[in-house]
Design a protein around this ligand. Structure first.
Ligand SMILES: [Zn+2]
Length: 256
């Protein structure tokens, strides 16, 4: 499948470029200075490396299969640019719902909490996910792709947008207050998403949106809390763990 490979390389290349630029920018202009630690970076990048392999081995083939076996009920008008726009909206709404379920269903939280155990935030947090969560997410998303008969292009473009949006909202980049305020009306900014990582469960269970910020307002999950530099991050009452213990955390008794 040369087409898919070409698209994937382009998308991953663009997303990686944005991640690197943001990573450098947050070092030069940090919102919360002095949080950089090598062991933490290595831990987060290890998850990224593992998930990149998993993506090539399982996520991409599952997604390609789903896109080729979509239910064929889409009307004629649901194509081209308007169709792409609608697909992106649907996928962004789906990922909002899926993220919320990851907090509500104890089995899913076992995996998702690995992302939340990070006690600092920067671009590297945006690639720190347990492979189990990546796998489950890909399988559920495949169902959405089949149901709506989505073309692979829509899914690949959405994936690129999610990667870049996640890097931005987790970043430790200092933004001018007027810019952050303006952007937050449309997309999820660090100011919104850092509250989701506040180590207070009531805050952790809010602000679930990934690209557009409207979903939290629409489904009444937006937190009124404003981010502050002193805000402590992580999972309430739970410590950060070494890589090996994070990897087995979902399978340990009582981790939900
Ligand atoms: Zn979360």
């Amino acid at each position: 499948m040369p087409d898919v490979t070409d698209h994937l390389i382009l998308i991953k290349g663009v997303a990686l470029g944005v991640l690197v630029v943001l990573f450098l920018a947050e070092r030069l202009l940090p919102s919360v200075p002095g949080t950089f630690r090598w062991p933490r970076l290595v831990r987060n990048l290890a998850f990224w490396a593992g998930n990149s392999l998993l993506s090539l081995a399982v996520v991409v083939p599952v997604t390609v299969f789903a896109a080729r076996h979509g239910l064929g009920w889409r009307p004629e008008w649901w194509s081209g640019l308007p169709g792409l726009g609608l697909d992106l909206l649907l996928l962004d709404c789906w990922i909002y719902g899926w993220h919320r379920l990851n907090h509500v269903i104890p089995f899913l939280w076992r995996f998702h909490q690995v992302h939340h155990r990070d006690q600092a935030l920067d671009v590297s947090t945006s690639v720190r996910f347990h492979p189990g969560e990546v796998l489950l997410s890909a399988l559920v998303r495949a169902g959405v792709i089949v149901l709506f008969g989505m073309p692979l292009e829509s899914v690949l473009i959405f994936e690129a947008l999610v990667l870049m949006a996640a890097a931005f909202q987790h970043s430790n980049l200092r933004l001018a207050p007027w810019l952050e305020r303006g952007l937050s009306r449309v997309i999820v900014t660090p100011g919104i998403h850092w509250v989701h990582h506040h180590d207070r469960r009531a805050e952790t269970d809010s602000n679930y949106a990934t690209i557009l910020s409207v979903w939290d307002r629409l489904f009444a999950s937006a937190s009124p809390t404003q981010r502050t530099p002193a805000m402590t991050l992580g999972v309430e009452g739970e410590p950060e763990l070494p890589l090996g213990r994070l990897a087995v955390l979902p399978f340990r008794k009582g981790s939900d």
